[in-house]
Ligand binder design. Sequence first.
Ligand SMILES: Cc1cc2nc3c(=O)[nH]c(=O)nc-3n(C[C@H](O)[C@H](O)[C@H](O)COP(=O)(O)OP(=O)(O)OC[C@H]3O[C@@H](n4cnc5c(N)ncnc54)[C@H](O)[C@@H]3O)c2cc1C
Length: 442
Amino acid sequence: MHAEDFRGKSFWLGTRPYTPGPSLSGDLEVDVAIVGGGFTGLATAHFLKQEEPSLRVALLEAEVIGYGASGRNGGFSMTLFGLTLSITAARFGKARAREAHLYMERAVDLLAERIATLGLDCDYEHPGFLRVATSEKYRKRILHEIELAHSLGLEGIEWMEADRLGEEVRSPLYLGAWWEPRCGILNPAKLAWSWKEVVEGQGVEVFEGTPVRQIRRRGDRLELGTPGGTVRAGKLVLATNAWSHLIPMLRRKQVPAFTHIVLTEPLGDRHFEEIGWRNRQGIEDARNLVHYYRLTADNRLLMGGRDISVAFGRDMDRDLNEEVFNGLERDVRETFPVLRDVRFTHRWGGPVSIPVDMAPAMGYLGDPRVVYSLGCVGHGVSMTHLNGRTVTDLVLERSTDLTEVFFVNRRTIPWPPEPLRWAASHAVLGYMRLEDRVHDPR
Ligand SMILES: Cc1cc2nc3c(=O)[nH]c(=O)nc-3n(C[C@H](O)[C@H](O)[C@H](O)COP(=O)(O)OP(=O)(O)OC[C@H]3O[C@@H](n4cnc5c(N)ncnc54)[C@H](O)[C@@H]3O)c2cc1C
């Protein structure tokens, strides 16, 4: 990749100067090797060095830090685990749905705390989160979710009626909203690069432009082959997210799906007079294939979602989808008609990691020397940070409240091989699209 090519992968990756660090050249002997320079890998590196400063830790990233989903996402720090609370309850039972939500609350709080304590430079704001109802069916869906949350004893979520919502954000589509003040928004690429500075300060050796091409178990060591040299490690953490199916040990645990984003020029006072949104909440709707939207630090409107792209086999080149981009631009104008003449300046996409049951998974692979973490679907900004803490406990072979949560060392359902995988993911996607059309015929 050309030195600056990563910047085209998202608006965020162009918002501050960044010079990638060196690639690995020569052989290396470490206690722990981490593969993947997104939030999972960075948070794991941070907590490992915090817990055991004497460990020699190397982090290996194929491209640049933040090149994956971590440098391209919507920047919502939110409490959603998997797809919805009720789907989690149906799949794992109510007690575990509650456990998952509490884990996510802890994740959001941990991220806010780390940002404040370490002074991570990422334009963090704490405006809360709205899940808006855009049709009667979605209003009922959200009310049902809130009722379920309350029945599980979860707090901090309430229904906001349409007139009260209109005092916050005005759209002709809104019929009310789920309101959750706990959540935040941030600039994800700045966060990833700030994390890199922190972990390097802790003594972690970070190598960019260093793809791990082979992994072998050799006696009591793990051997990682990269173009510039071999890394020998006592323990290995696989933090490769949507790329994980390319690693033989993880092949069937997840598949990548690509979500897409459009971004406007900075909005002006006349737009805000009409829309309100002075409190700058992060917003999603309640579709299966959600829209997510927010303001950036310089008051651009970012909207993502609407539909996703599915890849076949090893293909990881599905970031761009003209049909979805055009649809998102129409959706921005339909949501806020005052933006009919606004200019769009950026379009991008990125891969999210999807297990068969759309719920995150992490744990040991074979024996305690290899730990993996993946499958945050589209909701990993906060979760990957607490996962980094959990992975640390797994690496150190400590049994803690974090390693006891039900999705650690859970049995995952394997994806079938291609072409069945492609057919299965299209069947699920087709159903989700159809249901969205029924719920909101617009
Ligand atoms: C467009 C988009 C919008 C999203 N919006 C939100 C949101 O608003 N809120 C939210 O909570 N979540 C969101 N998500 C999801 C969230 O971004 C992810 O869950 C999270 O960033 C995953 O972090 P990670 O570190 O696990 O993976 P990644 O950030 O994807 O990092 C994995 C890294 O591993 C590297 N890698 C892979 N294979 C190798 C190898 N063999 N050798 C070396 N390196 C390798 C990759 O290059 C990559 O940098 C979004 C995702 C996308 C794509």
